[in-house]
Design a protein around this ligand. Structure first.
Ligand SMILES: *[C@@H]1O[C@H](CO)[C@@H](O)[C@H](O)[C@H]1NC(C)=O
Ligand SMILES: *[C@@H]1O[C@H](CO)[C@@H](O)[C@H](O)[C@H]1NC(C)=O
Ligand SMILES: *[C@@H]1O[C@H](CO)[C@@H](O)[C@H](O)[C@H]1NC(C)=O
Ligand SMILES: *[C@@H]1O[C@H](CO)[C@@H](O)[C@H](O)[C@H]1NC(C)=O
Length: 485
């Protein structure tokens, strides 16, 4: 190849990194040279924050899974409510929260009448949709910054603590009910338990918890009241549509880094109060690279599935089952993990919910969290293949490399094999992640066994994920996240 031709090729690669990654994305058995032009990195602080948030969130998820197990033992499998009929299709722009120091993705959401605008974390690991909220008489310092003002919304109706709904079906509702007309209060662990200390955990046992109901508190950092409220969405034809009768939380105190960066949470989890569920139980999202600048936009879409596009190389749909046994989480059946086509020796119990393992797909977790036996096998396989790269210590990450030589590198190809024939083969930047200029670290966190594993949002990025809750199907494909249609 002549030098000028080589230069041209490099220039093209530099200018069109997406098309290269996309075209290369499906050839699982070939090595891929990845050139990624990156924006200025938000830096090490962000990476550290992601790791910290993920660890805290794991505790919340574990507490809620534990609770689901208890409840199943005591009361049998909860009946699956039917999703509300889809009001029609609508979507919302979805952006990485990295610019704000958060590892989650934000959507713009309009709540109340007239609509008040918020940025909420799109969270498949939460069923309650809530916003920071200032009610009349609240201490102005209880929530900082932008907040929902119920007094200015004509459609805001507190749910009463004496109602059946409060007593029997709202998660994390508290037993306290001073008068029948008092609002139904919650103490919610939806997005993350941001405070992790003993006084905090003790609180968990001071709240009434009976055998079969859903009164439960994992000592979360979001307190507030439940309300019946409306939201406004923009339909695909541009018209505005009001969605009424949503159960939303008005949170008067919240702690946690993603809480600070966002105005609350959009609940996409599985339960009868989840927004995803109220919007028809069929939704899809596509998250751009988490290090993308603020104006790079993916989407969160609701409504009937788009017609499948013609199968082009690298863009095939992969389909698998979702398990709803771990409400409000979406469980996926993992068969194994391979590196460079070699299936790793991971005990089957790691992927078995009944054995204390299992895996969930979670948009609110950033990194990939693997139960210890899987973590050891994956890290061993990756580090062996990265042994040529100079190691560098970057606390609190365990495996980091000096990437400052800038040479295009051959990276090991990791793939997660799901139930059926679905294979998630993410780009290598989704597990050998950029944490600082010239430094890459394995974006994988160990969870002490026994534990479930979590496919976080970085492993999911640059894929379109479609959830069909009623049929318990999940499908995905590589995507640049440009809006469909
Ligand atoms: C523990 O949590 C409580 C409740 O949020 C908080 O007030 C206290 O400052 C925390 N203590 C420590 C040592 O972090
Ligand atoms: C919300 O309020 C509307 C009208 O006030 C009512 O019809 C609906 O049943 C309520 N929904 C919930 C979940 O409370
Ligand atoms: C984002 O903003 C930058 C300048 O701030 C601009 O160069 C770039 O084209 C924008 N990207 C998109 C996708 O709008
Ligand atoms: C990486 O290696 C280069 C060249 O040896 C060195 O200048 C740089 O400081 C190293 N970076 C880190 C983060 O250790």
């Amino acid at each position: 190849m002549s030098p000028s031709l080589l230069l041209l090729l490099l220039l093209l690669l530099y200018c069109f990194p997406f098309s290269l990654a996309a075209a290369a994305g499906d050839h699982s058995d070939s090595f891929v040279f990845e050139f990624h032009r990156r924006p200025a990195l938000p830096g090490l602080d962000l990476a550290r924050q992601l790791l910290l948030d993920d660890k805290l969130r794991q505790r919340t998820i574990r507490a809620r899974l534990e609770h689901a197990r208890h409840r199943r033992r005591a009361c049998g499998v909860p009946h699956a409510p039917a999703p509300a009929p889809a009001p029609t299709s609508f979507d919302m722009p979805l952006n990485s929260g990295a610019y704000a120091g958060a590892g989650q993705y934000f959507v713009r959401f309009q709540l109340g009448t007239p609509a008040q605008r918020f940025e909420l974390v799109a969270d498949t690991g939460s069923d309650l949709t809530w916003a920071k909220c200032r009610r009349r008489g609240d201490d102005a310092k209880s929530v900082s910054g932008r907040a929902f003002l119920p007094a200015e919304s004509s459609s805001f109706r507190p749910i009463l603590c004496s109602s059946d709904m409060c007593r029997n079906s709202l998660p994390f509702s508290l037993t306290t009910c001073p008068t029948p007309a008092s609002p139904c209060a919650y103490d919610y662990g939806g997005s993350e338990a941001a405070v992790d200390n003993h006084s905090f955990m003790k609180k968990k046992f001071t709240v009434g918890l009976t055998a079969c109901d859903r009164r439960y508190s994992d000592g979360s950092a979001a307190h507030g009241i439940f309300a019946n409220e409306s939201a406004t969405v923009i339909l695909s034809d541009g018209r505005r549509r009001k969605l009424r009768g949503l159960v939303v939380g008005c949170t008067s105190s919240a702690v946690g880094s993603s809480f600070r960066a966002s105005d609350g949470v959009l609940g996409l989890g599985y339960s009868d109060i989840s927004f995803a569920y109220r919007a028809g139980g069929h939704f899809a999202y596509c998250m751009v690279d988490h290090l993308s600048p603020r104006n790079a936009t993916g989407f969160l879409a609701f409504g009937p599935a788009p017609a499948p596009p013609p199968p082009t190389a690298g863009r095939r749909w992969r389909e698998t089952a979702i398990s709803l046994d771990v409400e409000p989480f979406y469980g996926v059946g993992v068969r194994g993990i391979s590196v460079d086509g070699e299936m790793l020796p991971i005990p089957a119990s790691v992927w078995d919910l009944a054995a204390g393992g299992g895996a969930i797909l979670d948009s609110g977790t950033s990194l990939t969290v693997l139960a210890e036996p899987a973590y050891r096998a994956v890290v061993e396989a990756l580090t062996r293949r990265l042994a040529w790269a100079p190691r560098v210590r970057v606390e609190p990450f365990e495996h980091c490399y000096n990437w400052s030589t800038g040479a295009p590198a051959v990276l090991p190809r990791m793939a997660v094999h799901l139930e059926g024939t679905a294979r998630l083969a993410p780009p290598s930047k989704s597990y050998v992640i950029d944490v600082a200029e010239g430094v890459k670290c394995l974006g994988i966190v160990a969870a002490p066994w026994p534990s479930f594993s979590t496919i976080g949002n970085i492993l999911q990025q640059e894929h379109l994920w479609e959830f069909d809750v009623a049929n318990r199907r999940l499908r995905f494909r590589r995507s640049t996240c440009r809006k469909r249609r």
